[in-house]
Design a protein around this ligand. Structure first.
Ligand SMILES: Cc1cc2nc3c(=O)[nH]c(=O)nc-3n(C[C@H](O)[C@H](O)[C@H](O)COP(=O)(O)OP(=O)(O)OC[C@H]3O[C@@H](n4cnc5c(N)ncnc54)[C@H](O)[C@@H]3O)c2cc1C
Length: 637
């Protein structure tokens, strides 16, 4: 299959404008004749649903939570990037574009990234217009702080609750449209299959999570803004409900899955403390603006941090990367934390932690300033660990946090299944092999507020849509597929809980496809996952019935999909014989231990086609070309 990215050519600065001009428009009076399904009401889905309804389309919007306000986006802490250059510190759209292409280790599409950097300016205006309370300086200007992989301050924030405030903005816009009858909201409703009619996405099959009712919904186009799949690893910083079901089931209906092995490991999380744990907590990257990362200079030094004199500390990021210091990108910071712990320099009971120390910042700025900047994060740390980060350094360790992989989309954000659009973390687009901090919110809102509302009209205006209803063979087939999967899970009546299988799968993924990967390890993982998956289907214990609220059944379906996805992630990681960004294959590293890319053989997006459960997937390649930011060894020294 030839993958057409529909990426415009010509000067990069004007590509999006020229592309938009060439897109067909839907006459305002005709928009109300179209119905669009938006699955997801986080920052991507919520902003898209509100914007599409504002344009005049009928929108049906779905989420599995009881309110759009509870989407995982609400957890985002540190901020959102935009190249406003309010600090006059040398930022520009071009610099944000450059930093993002380089930060992603040259595995993203240049056209998309430039568009994203340009739209970043509009996002801030839009959100300020909605009343999002971004932090301000005394003068009244919006304040900025720095995030990893950049030497400018371009991150807009609302204390450590930026996602919550942005989501409230999108939610208000969505509620307005719900109130006006333009958006019909379906909370507590989970998409379990995609309906494809004559090769085009025409609807979804859902389960009402309260009553268990399985139903079909029809539309002229379907948009998935269903978030990321990090939870395949079980222990992650994501909300417990985040899952891959919507995109995985769309994948099984023909949508290509791109770069599944590009997972992001965040360097600053509260370390794992025991077997009983089911969730990890992020300490925002923003803390690295003022916190200094260090370990004792000698191995297994058990002294309290305050007892270790300055000369006996190793501020290893500042030492190795003097230009970027503690603000190196996430992949670099995570790998270095692992390296010092592997050397025996780690701290805490397990030795799997490094210090993030605010002593100097508190002395310089005073505790009240630090409290104002990060108060809620410090409180969160204190509540979880029982330690006071104003008095002693935080202990942190990398953890799975975000996925750059997702469904393949073209420049219009349409998948290879016509009429199926994918936005936000659910698609594979703009971050390459490593996302820079504060760029996920930017991408989700760029997709939802600005890109999709422009591009979807072209598809609607270019096609004719026959009516589809429940009697169509494709609909009946999709519905009976959902019934069959539900029945099979309930009928297994096995001995082990869904969670125990999920935990075991997550451990395999972390051990063999986590921060460091090898061909042998990945091959081994691929011998462990399929038998465990088969055992799951015959031995999983799901209590209750399908005709009621049944969270065990909900989880069981999601974990079944994680099993299949896990295999694809490992295959992709095994196939990519290079290191890039978050994908670190130990066999491919520079003499200094940095990721060694192989541009000659791997400068492409790997888009996998589903061939059946347990069958090797089919690889399609979208070649990546770099006309502006020329591939080089990334350096943050
Ligand atoms: C702790 C934490 C902090 C973060 N901080 C930052 C930050 O400071 N800056 C930044 O840029 N990024 C941050 N990120 C990343 C960022 O929050 C996410 O990438 C982003 O919010 C994802 O938004 P989304 O709209 O794509 O998905 P989500 O917010 O996950 O929304 C998914 C939506 O899809 C719905 N859904 C999913 N599956 C189905 C289904 N099958 N049927 C029906 N509905 C479904 C859900 O109900 C939900 O409404 C952080 C991530 C974490 C984990």
């Amino acid at each position: 299959m030839e993958l057409n990215s529909n990426s415009p050519s010509g000067p990069i600065e004007t590509r999006w404008d020229r592309h938009r001009f060439n897109l067909k428009l839907v006459n305002p009076a005709n928009k109300r004749k179209y119905t669009i399904i938006v699955v997801g009401s986080g920052l991507a889905g919520g902003s898209a649903a509100a914007s599409l309804a504002e344009l005049g389309y009928n929108v049906d919007c779905f989420c599995f939570q009881d309110s759009p306000r509870r989407a995982h986006s609400i957890a985002a802490q540190g901020g959102i990037n935009a190249a406003k250059n309010y600090h006059n510190d040398g930022d520009s759209v071009y610099r944000l574009f450059y930093d993002t292409v380089k930060g992603g280790d040259f595995r993203a599409r240049e056209s998309n990234v430039y568009r994203l950097a340009g739209i970043s300016l509009n996002i801030i205006d839009q959100c300020v217009g909605q009343g999002v309370p971004f932090a301000r300086e005394y003068s009244g200007y919006l304040d900025n702080r720095s995030f990893g992989g950049a030497q400018v301050s371009r991150t807009f924030y609302s204390r450590g609750q930026t996602g919550q405030q942005l989501l409230l903005g999108a939610y208000q816009a969505l509620e307005r449209q719900i109130g006006m009858g333009a958006v019909k909201m379906f909370p507590r409703t989970e998409m379990l299959d995609l309906i494809v009619v004559d090769g085009r996405a025409r609807g979804i099959v859902t389960r009402d999570l309260i009553t268990g009712k399985i139903e079909s919904h029809f539309a002229d186009a379907v948009v998935l803004g269903t978030g990321g799949y990090s939870n395949v690893y079980y222990l992650t910083t994501n909300a417990k409900g985040c899952n891959a079901t919507a995109i995985w089931r769309a994948h099984k209906r023909g949508a290509l899955f791109a770069n599944p092995c590009f997972t992001q490991i965040h360097p600053t999380c509260i370390p794992v403390s025991g077997e009983y744990q089911s969730k990890l907590t992020l300490m925002s990257e923003s803390l690295r603006n003022d916190g200094r990362v260090w370990v004792p200079a000698t191995k297994r030094d058990k002294r309290a941090p305050s007892q270790i004199p300055e000369a006996e500390r190793d501020y290893y990021l500042e030492r190795k990367y003097p230009s970027f210091g503690n603000l190196v990108p996430r992949d670099v910071a995570s790998r270095n934390a692992k390296a010092v712990c592997d050397e025996g320099l780690g701290v805490g009971e397990t030795g799997l932690a490094v210090y993030l120390d605010f002593r100097d910042a508190i002395q310089r700025l005073g505790a009240s300033v630090i409290k104002e900047r990060y108060g809620n994060l410090f409180d969160m740390y204190n509540r979880i660990t029982g330690e006071d980060p104003y008095k002693e350094p935080m202990r942190i360790y990398p953890a799975i946090h975000y996925v750059m992989g997702g469904l393949w989309v073209d420049y219009n954000l349409m998948s290879n299944v016509p009429g199926l659009y994918v936005i936000g973390e659910a698609n594979f687009s703009d971050h390459g092999a490593n996302r820079l901090g504060a760029s996920a919110l930017m991408q989700g809102l760029a997709d939802g507020y600005f890109v999709l509302p422009n591009t979807i009209g072209d598809y609607l205006a270019s096609n004719k849509f026959d009516k589809v209803d429940a009697s169509h063979a494709a609909v009946r087939e999709a519905e009976s597929n959902v019934h069959a999967v539900t029945r099979k899970l309930l009928d297994a009546k096995g001995k082990r809980s869904v969670d125990s299988y999920h935990r075991e799968l997550g451990k395999i993924m972390w051990d063999y496809c986590g921060m460091a990967r090898t061909a042998d390890g990945l091959k081994h993982a691929l011998t462990l996952i399929p038998p465990l998956r088969e055992q799951y289907w015959s031995d999983v214990k799901v209590l209750g019935s399908g005709e009621e609220l049944n969270q065990s059944l909900e989880k069981a379906g999601r974990v079944a999909d994680f099993f299949e996805l896990a295999e694809l992630i490992c295959r992709d990681a095994l196939d990519r014989n290079e290191s890039c960004g978050g994908h670190f294959r130990e066999e491919y590293q520079t003499p200094e231990g940095e990721a060694a890319r192989d541009d000659e053989h791997y400068a492409y997006a790997a888009a996998w086609g589903f061939q059946g459960v347990g069958q090797p997937p089919l690889l399609h390649k979208e070649p990546l070309t770099f006309e502006y930011v020329h591939p080089s060894q990334r350096s943050y020294k």
